[in-house]
Design a protein around this ligand. Structure first.
Ligand SMILES: Cc1cc2nc3c(=O)[nH]c(=O)nc-3n(C[C@H](O)[C@H](O)[C@H](O)COP(=O)(O)OP(=O)(O)OC[C@H]3O[C@@H](n4cnc5c(N)ncnc54)[C@H](O)[C@@H]3O)c2cc1C
Length: 402
């Protein structure tokens, strides 16, 4: 985006291979990122690679919450599901082919350069040979273990996560919902099924640490047993697992704000959120766009970009802190609170409540935009007294712990 704005960008990427990708990710890109993908001209490339236009249906013990039909997955405002194996090379290729980008692949950042109390560039390592680049702004876009953030003085907050994530890839899953994803909130354990390109579906099981149900020595068997109890579960009779499940045992969330001038953090480098909600990718795309828009004019004019960086941080907080608080709180593995119970119950009965809830989940409206007086009234009217449709779905499954 900077290069498209006419700026000269030095891009340092740790991985040498243009096809390298992140393994720990279930790659559900929320529709809030769609305008950014459109602006980057990536939508066509994603669809060519078979990306599934996504939307999600949520189950709680009051029943299914689904879109009312006013906004469908095939409309302009969809998100995408595509494995990182496909997504990451598309992004890298797009960056490398943009005039103005000078890329060093296989060249990890090893240190930050400073002058007069300000960060002025990076030192990277190209096969043992140090490379230096100086710039008015260093952007840390290097993920959750960001070296740029580690080398910078930051105000950091770290939040624990009381769930363990088991993520398995299957080919041949038949979803009752077609290409629409499903999430089951068993309060507090969770499951989801996300269809992707090439008939590959991610099945995820996210129990709390103290849940009796964890995957054991036979993960495929255990996962099938769990999924067989879920309402409107996908048909797994012809499904084949593609390798062993990915197990995320130490999930944490964090938020980092640099305290030095000359640096900004985007994506996971700045904020990592609970993967349960599938939001990190859309936040990464959107935060990149917000930073570029807040700083590109100053950078073009050769002015100090820091006022723009401050404006970016403010905007980031305004847009994302409400989601972050909710995700951090729910990552404790707690049961639903009273307002959530009413909200989920109401969303099964009132399409306006359902659409609002799903728009919040897709990160298209903030918490502040969500809770209008009208919506509160609807939640109370439809939520109070709504009947539950099931008891303990997992009752009777043998407890096991890995
Ligand atoms: C189990 C799990 C499931 C998830 N599922 C979802 C989901 O369904 N939907 C969703 O939206 N999010 C999901 N996420 C979160 C998502 O993966 C991240 O939010 C997203 O990858 C952040 O993008 P990023 O560009 O900031 O970082 P990354 O994707 O991590 O990219 C960082 C880049 O920086 C490079 N790099 C790292 N260090 C250096 C260095 N020192 N020098 C140079 N380059 C460096 C890396 O090679 C990489 O190319 C999940 C996360 C986990 C853990």
């Amino acid at each position: 985006m900077y290069a498209r704005a006419g700026l000269h960008v030095a891009l340092f990427e740790r991985r040498k291979n243009i096809d390298a990708s992140k393994n720990f990710c279930t790659h559900f890109i929320q529709s809030s990122a769609k305008p950014t993908l459109d602006r980057l001209g990536l939508t066509h490339a994603l669809e060519e690679e078979g990306a599934v236009r996504n939307s999600v249906r949520m189950w709680t013990r009051w029943g299914w919450i689904r879109e009312s039909g006013k906004r469908h997955a095939d409309e302009a405002a969809c998100g995408y599901s595509i494995r990182r194996k496909r997504l990451d090379p598309i992004l890298r290729e797009a960056a490398l082919s943009t005039p103005g980008v000078e890329a060093w692949l296989g060249c990890p950042v090893k240190a930050l350069l400073r002058k007069a109390g300000r960060i002025t560039g990076v030192r990277a390592d190209e096969c043992g040979v140090p490379v230096e680049a100086r710039a008015p702004l260093v952007v840390g876009a290097d993920g959750m273990n960001s070296r740029v953030a580690q080398f910078t003085e930051v105000d950091a907050r770290v939040y624990p996560n009381n769930r363990i994530g088991y993520f398995s890839y299957y080919r041949g899953v038949v979803m009752k919902t077609g290409t629409e994803s499903q999430m089951w909130f068993l309060d507090p354990d969770c499951a989801y099924a996300f269809p992707n390109e090439d008939d590959i579906t991610v099945l995820a099981w996210l129990p709390t640490r103290d849940s009796p149900l964890h995957l054991g020595e036979r993960p495929d068997h255990d996962l099938r047993q769990i999924f067989s109890r879920l309402p409107d579960a996908p048909d797994l009779s012809a499904a084949q697992p593609l390798g062993k499940p990915i197990v995320a045992k130490r999930l944490v969330s964090h938020n980092r704000t640099p305290l030095e001038d000359g640096v900004a953090l985007i994506g996971d480098a700045g904020m990592v959120t609970d993967p349960l909600w599938g939001s990190g990718l859309s936040f990464a795309f959107q935060s990149a766009e917000w930073l570029v828009d807040a700083t590109r004019v100053a950078l073009k004019k050769g002015l100090d970009p820091m006022p723009g960086v401050m404006a970016y941080r403010q905007h980031h907080g305004d847009r994302l802190s409400g989601y972050e608080h909710h995700m951090v709180d729910y990552a404790q593995g707690r049961r639903f609170k009273l307002l959530e119970r009413l909200f989920y119950a109401a969303a099964t009965r009132d399409p306006v409540v359902a659409d609002s809830l799903l728009a919040y989940g897709a990160r298209n409206i903030t918490k502040r935009e969500l809770f209008t007086p009208d919506l509160f009234f609807r939640i109370l009217r439809a939520g109070i007294g709504a009947p539950t449709v099931s008891g303990d779905l997992m009752n009777g499954i043998t407890s096991r712990r890995s």
